[in-house]
Design a protein around this ligand. Structure first.
Ligand SMILES: Cc1ncc(COP(=O)(O)O)c(C=O)c1O
Length: 381
C-alpha cells in the first residue's frame, strides 16, 4: 500500500551508499576497523567510556542482563508499556520480569514510586525504557537502585541523541542499550549498541558478544593475537562493517534529524491543540532533551481506537500503537510467569494511544494533512 504519509521513513542518501560500497571494496566485511571507528564515534557522541556495537537492540538487552549476572530466581522491574523485546531479554536469562506502572498519562515512563512498591527480596535490577525518547526520572530511579543494591539497565532503543541534565540517556545506568532497527532515529537496518562506564562489565559484554572468546578474528588478522581461549558461554551477537559504515554516516545525521523531529512535534502540538483539543498530547512538561522518536497522542476516553486507525488508513495516513502492554500477550499470561503489579495507567494509556507519523523528512504540509485526518477520523471513532 502506498501511504500519503507513512508512519516513519529512512533518511538515506549517497553518503550511506558510498560508505557501504567502500567496505565492500576494502575486502574486510566483519567486525573490523570500521566497527571500531563506529564504536569510538558513538562513545564520543554519548560521552560514554565504552561503546560496543552489536547485532540488534534485543541482543544488547540480553547481554546486559547476562553481564549483570541475572538468572533464575531473580526479579527485574520494568514497564509493561514497551516493546516485548525488553521483557523477553530478561526471560532469556531465566529471570522474572515484574511489570510496574508508568508515571502518568502525561509521562509514559516507568514510575519510581511503582518501582519502589514492586521491590521484593528477589529483585536484582530495574530496566527503564525511555519511551519515545523522553527521559525516565533517572535521579529517582538511581536513588532507589542505590538504596536496594539493584542494577539499572536502560532500554534506550528510542533515545539516540536524548539526554537528561546534559548527560546522554544510556549512560546513567550500569548498561545502556540502543536499537538501530530500520525505523529508529539512527538505523543500520539491524543493529544496536551497548554502553557502559564500567571496565569489567565492558570486558564481559565484549566476550559474551563473540562466543566468550578472548580475542577476535580482527585482532588475529592484525597480528595482535595468534590464539584464543573461551572463558564464557557466549553468543554470536557481532555486527559487521557494512552496518557499522551505515551507522557512522547515520550518526552524523542525528543532530539535524532530531532537530527536525523536534520542530515537527512543535507543529503537531500547535495544530492538534487548535483543531482537536479533545486529543491529549503526552510529554507536555519539560524534562531533559528528547530524541522525539515517535509522536504518541491519546484519543478521548471511550474512543474506538481500531475504527480510528481504519479511518486514518482510508485517508492514506499510517498510524501505529505503542504499545499493546506486554503483560496482556498470551505468552505473558500463560503459566502466570511474570508478576504483575497495579498497571492502571499503563492500561488506560495503551487503550487510548495512537502514534502519528514522525520522521526527519516529513514536511509541514504532511503534518497538516495528518492533523486534518485526525479531526475527521475522530468523528468515526
Ligand atoms: C523499546 C524497544 N526495546 C527493544 C527493541 C528491540 O530492538 P531490536 O529490534 O533492534 O532488536 C525495540 C525495537 O523496536 C524497542 O523499540
Amino acid at each position: 500500500m502506498t501511504w500519503r504519509v507513512p508512519l516513519s521513513d529512512v533518511n538515506l542518501d549517497s553518503a550511506e551508499i558510498d560508505a557501504v560500497v567502500a567496505v565492500l571494496r576494502s575486502g574486510w566485511l566483519t567486525m573490523g576497523s570500521i566497527t571500531q571507528a563506529f564504536e569510538q564515534e558513538f562513545a564520543a557522541f554519548t560521552g560514554s567510556k565504552h561503546a560496543l556495537a552489536i547485532t540488534n537492540g534485543t541482543a544488547a538487552l540480553h547481554l546486559a542482563c547476562l553481564a549483570l549476572g541475572l538468572g533464575p530466581g531473580d526479579e527485574v522491574i520494568l514497564p509493561s508499556l514497551t516493546f516485548v523485546a525488553s521483557a523477553n531479554a530478561i526471560r532469556y536469562t531465566g529471570a522474572t520480569p515484574v511489570f510496574a506502572d508508568i508515571e502518568s498519562t502525561d509521562w509514559l515512563c516507568l514510575s519510581p514510586e511503582a518501582v519502589r512498591s514492586a521491590i521484593t527480596p528477589q529483585t536484582k535490577a530495574i530496566m527503564v525504557v525511555h519511551y519515545a525518547g523522553y527521559p525516565c526520572d533517572m535521579p529517582a530511579i538511581l536513588e532507589i537502585a542505590r538504596q536496594h543494591h539493584l542494577a539499572v539497565i536502560e532500554d534506550a532503543a528510542h533515545a539516540v541523541g536524548a539526554a537528561l541534565e546534559g548527560k546522554a540517556l544510556s549512560t546513567w545506568g550500569d548498561v545502556g542499550c540502543f536499537s538501530f532497527f530500520g525505523n529508529k532515529n539512527l538505523t543500520t537496518a539491524e543493529g544496536g549498541m551497548l554502553l557502559t562506564q564500567d571496565d569489567q562489565l565492558a570486558e564481559k559484554l565484549q566476550r559474551l558478544r563473540s562466543h566468550g572468546m578472548t580475542t577476535l578474528t580482527w585482532d588475529r588478522a592484525r597480528g595482535h593475537a595468534s590464539t584464543y581461549d573461551v572463558v564464557a558461554l557466549g553468543y554470536n551477537y557481532r555486527i559487521d562493517d557494512l552496518r557499522s559504515a551505515l551507522g557512522r554516516v547515520q550518526l552524523q545525521k542525528i543532530p539535524a534529524g532530531n532537530a527536525r523531529r523536534e520542530s515537527a512535534v512543535r507543529l503537531y502540538r500547535e495544530l492538534l491543540v487548535a483543531q482537536t483539543p479533545e486529543v491529549a498530547i503526552p510529554f507536555a512538561q519539560a524534562r531533559g532533551q528528547s530524541s522525539y522518536h515517535i509522536m504518541p497522542v491519546l484519543l478521548p476516553e471511550g474512543s474506538d481506537k481500531l475504527r480510528f486507525i481504519e479511518a486514518m488508513k482510508a485517508r492514506g495516513i499510517q498510524v501505529s500503537w505503542h504499545y499493546p502492554p506486554v503483560h496482556t500477550f498470551s505468552i505473558y499470561q500463560r503459566n502466570s510467569i511474570p508478576r504483575v503489579e497495579d498497571l492502571k495507567i499503563t492500561e488506560e494509556v495503551s487503550a487510548r494511544e495512537v502514534t502519528l507519523p514522525l520522521y526527519p523528512t516529513i514536511s509541514d504540509e504532511q503534518i497538516a494533512w495528518v492533523v486534518q485526518a485526525v479531526k475527521e477520523s475522530l468523528s468515526c471513532a
